[in-house]
Ligand binder design. Sequence first.
Ligand code: C2E
Ligand code: MG
Ligand code: MG
Length: 574
Amino acid sequence: MNQENKKLRKDIKNMINIKTPQEKLRIAEKVFNNTGEGIVVTDVEGIIQLVNPAFTTITGYGVEEVIGKNPRILRSERHDKSFYEEMWKSLIEKGQWKGHIWNRRKNGETYLEWMNISAVKDENGENIQYVSVFHDLTENVLKEEHIKYQAYHDALTQLPNRELAKDRLNLALAHANKNNEMFSVICLDLDRFKRINDTLGHAAGDMLLQAVARRLRKCMDEGDTVARLGGDEFIIIIEEIKNMKNVIKAVRKIFHAFEEPFLLKDDEIYVTASMGISIYPDDGETTENLMKNAEVAMYRVKEKGKNNYQLYRKEMNEKAYDQLAMENDLYKALENNEFVLYYQPQVKTTTGEIIGAEALIRWNHPKLGLVSPAKFIPLAEETGFIVPLGEWVLRKACEQNKLWQKKGLKNIQVSVNLSTLQFKQKDLIEKIIKIIQETGIRPEDLELEITETNAMLNPNFTIKTLKILNDMGIQIAIDDFGTGYSSLAYFKSFPIHKIKIDQSFIRDINKDESTKAIVLAIIGIADSLGVKSIAEGVETKEQLVCLKKYGCDEIQGYFFSRPVNALEFEKMLI
Ligand code: C2E
Ligand code: MG
Ligand code: MG
C-alpha cells in the first residue's frame, strides 16, 4: 500500500506541475478515475481545488459540493483542536503529515481513514498546494470489531460470555471499591435442562436458551450485566445496590420472567430456575470468590428442591463434616427433647396488660448450653429439618396455651413463627388443623407469624394460604415488617391481623428523624388496613413513650420482659 501511495503521489505531483490546464485535467482524469484512493488537492490556505471520484464514493460529497470549500466539512467530532494544529504544524514545517483520522461522510456517518498529505512546493521551496491521499478503513475496523465481539459474546444467545462477564465483574469491583458501594452477583441455572435437551432434542434446547436469554435481558435494567457462562448457566451482575431490597426485587423480576411457558416449536413448556446470590464485599472480595460463592448458594437451592433463590452464607463453605455433625445433632436434639420454648409477653401499650406471648425456640445443647435460634434456624431451614421442628414448636405452643387456660389463667394468644420452608409445605394447613384439634386450642388463641420477606416471595400463594387460615379463625401477623420488600398493592389483599414493626426501627426510633417517620408510616399503614401494630424490641422507657404517642397498639421487648420459660411466664399471668 505504501509503495502504491508513493507512486501515486509522485504521479499527482507531476501532474499538478504541468502548466496547461487542459493537460492537467486530462492526466488528472486518468489517474483519478483509476484509483480507489480518495484524493484531495487544496491550495495553501486549505481550500479544495480538486477531488477525485473515489473521494465522492468514500465521503458521499459530489465534486461541486466541495470545490472552494475547506476540508473542515469532513471533520468528525472525534479529534480535538490540538490534533489539527499538529497536523498543520507538520505540514508547514516538514511538508508532510500522515496518520489515522476520523472523518464524517455526507450522511453523517463517521469513518476511519489512513491519510497521507504532502505539500507541493514552488521553485523557492514555498508550499503552494497540498495533496491528500486517503483510503477508508471502515471495513477493517468492522472486521476487527466483529472478531472482538465474537471473542466476548456467546454465539448462541449473543449475550456476553464468561470472559466479558469477568471483565464486567472486575469493573464493578473497582467501581464499588472506589465509591464504597455494594454489588451483587446472581448465578442462575435452569432446572432440569438436561431432560429438556434429551427429550426434545438439542435444537429445542438451543431455542430455549435463546428465549431465556431474551427474557432475562428484557427483565433486567440496561446497566445490569446478563451473561451466559456456558451450558444452562447464566450470571447477572447488579451494580450500585443500596440494600437487599434491590436484589430481591431483581430476583422477583427474574422469577416473574419464568412464569409464562416457553414455546419451542410446537411444545409449550414451563421452565424454572435456581439462583444463588453473593454480595460484594460481604460474600467475597475477589471476582472469583463472588462467582464461586454465588454458585455454591445456587447448588444449595438445587439440593433443596430447585426453583428458588438463596443468599450465600459463610457456613456453606465450611467443612461438610461440621455441617453434617450439626445436622446430626439437630435430629438427635428433637429425639432427646433438647428443645425448649421460651415465651415473651406482648402487652397493650395503653394499659400494660399482657395479651399474648411469642413462642421462641431455644436449644438446650448438652455441651453448649442454651443455643440461640439465630445459630440453628438457618441450618434447620437449609436441611429441611425446620419442617418437623416447626411442627413440634406449633404443637408445644398450642399445648402450653391450653394448659394455661385449663389452670384458669388469663386468656392470651400464643404466637408461633413459621419459617419460609414451612410456609411452602403443601400439607401445612392439614397439619395446623390436626394440631388445633388434638390440642383443643381455639383457633383465635393462635397467631402465626410470617416474615414480610416470606410473605412477598410468592404473593398469590400467600393470599390463598392466608385466606384459608383466616377463615379458620387463626390470627396472622407479619413479622419483621419494614425489612423486606413489600408491594402495598399485594399487601392490602393479605388477610392479616397484625403488623410487627421490626426491632431495627425501634432501636433507632429516638436517634434519628427518618426512623421516626418510618415507624409512624408503618403504624399508619396498619391503621389504614384496619390491623393492629406491635413494636418489637422495645428496650427503653423513651421508646415506649414515643410509640405510645404514635398510637402503636402493642409492645414486645426487654423493657417488659425477656423471653422466659413457661413456668416464669405463668407467674406473669397470675
Ligand atoms: P423474631 O420472630 O423477630 O423474634 C424476635 C427476636 O427478638 C427474639 O430473638 C427475641 O428474643 C428478640 N427480642 C425480643 N425483645 C428484644 C429486645 O428488647 N431487644 C433485643 N435486642 N432483642 C429482643 P430470638 O429468640 O433469638 O429469635 C430470633 C429469631 O429466630 C426470631 O426472630 C425468629 O425469626 C426465629 N425463631 C425463633 N423461634 C423460632 C421458631 O420456633 N420457629 C421459627 N421458624 N423461627 C424461630
Ligand atoms: Mg417473630
Ligand atoms: Mg421479628
